[in-house]
Write a protein that binds this ligand. Sequence first.
Ligand SMILES: Cc1cc2nc3c(=O)[nH]c(=O)nc-3n(C[C@H](O)[C@H](O)[C@H](O)COP(=O)(O)OP(=O)(O)OC[C@H]3O[C@@H](n4cnc5c(N)ncnc54)[C@H](O)[C@@H]3O)c2cc1C
Length: 261
Amino acid sequence: MCFALTEPDAGSDAQSIRSTATKDDNEWILNGTKHFITNGRDADFALVFAANDRSKKAQGHHRLHRREGDSGVHGRARSGGHGRGRGSVRARLRGLPRVGRAGPRGPANVGMGFYSAMQFLAMGRLSIGAICNGIADYCLELGTDYAKQRTAFDRPIGKNQYIQGHIVESLIEIKASRLMTYECAWKYDNGDPVIQESSIVKLYASEMANRVVDRMIQVHGGMGWMRDLPLERIYRFVRIFTLVEGTSEIQKYIIAKTLGL
Ligand SMILES: Cc1cc2nc3c(=O)[nH]c(=O)nc-3n(C[C@H](O)[C@H](O)[C@H](O)COP(=O)(O)OP(=O)(O)OC[C@H]3O[C@@H](n4cnc5c(N)ncnc54)[C@H](O)[C@@H]3O)c2cc1C
C-alpha cells in the first residue's frame, strides 16, 4: 500500500495540501500532485488525502480515499540517499482515481481525513522508533566487538576512556529509547492516545540512531568509513529517519502543542 499525503508545496504543513476531491454523482474525483510517495510505484492500495474545502483546513474537510486493485498513484520515481528513495514517486492525480462512496474497505472518510492521517502517522512514528532502536543496537554491537579486538599502543582500543565513552553513552541512549518505545507501544495497545509519546519516541530514537552510528564509525577509525563494513551504508540510510513522518522540528512542534504551547 502507499500513503499519499505530501505534495510538492505541502510537506511539514500537511493542512495546506492542494489536491482536491470533487463529487461526481456517487464518486469522488481526485485532482492534484503528490510527492515522495513511498511504494507509489508498486502499491495496489492507496490512502490518498485531498481537500473538498481548503478554507476549512483540518476542521473536518480533508478526505481519506481508498482504492482497491490498482492504487491509481502512478508517476516518476526518484532516488534519495543510498537509493532508498527509489520507490518514492511524484504522482499526478488528474481526474483519477475515482473513488466510490463505499467500497470493500470502507467509504471515503469525508471530513476526517486529516485526523486519520495524524493517527496513521502516530503509529508510523512508533514503528520508526523501533526500527531506529534495532539499527542502533546492531551498530553498538559492531563497535563493542571492534573495541575489544582492535589494538593500538599495545592494548585494545576499548581500554581507552574516550572509546568507552562512545560505547557507554550509546548503550544508555539505546536503553532510554527502547524504554520510551515500549511505553508508547503499551499505551497504543491499550487504546490510549499517543500523539505526544509517539512524537517523543520518533524524535529521540531517530536522532539517537544517527548519533550512535556516527560514534561507532569513530570507534572503527578509517575502517568505519569503508564499504567493507555496513556502517557507512547505515550512516546514509539512518539519516532519513529525522525527515520522514514529520521532521525533528515538527515533532518538537507537536510535542509543544500537546503542552498547550
Ligand atoms: C524517502 C522519503 C519517503 C517519503 N515517504 C512519504 C510517503 O510515503 N507519504 C507521504 O505522504 N510523504 C512521504 N515523504 C514526505 C515526508 O514526510 C516529508 O518530506 C516531510 O514531512 C518534510 O516535508 P518537506 O520535505 O516538504 O519539508 P518542508 O516542510 O519544506 O521543511 C523544510 C524544513 O523546514 C522545517 N520546518 C517546516 N515547518 C516548520 C515549523 N513550523 N517549525 C520549524 N521548522 C519547520 C522542516 O523541519 C525542515 O527542516 C517522504 C519523504 C522522503 C524523503
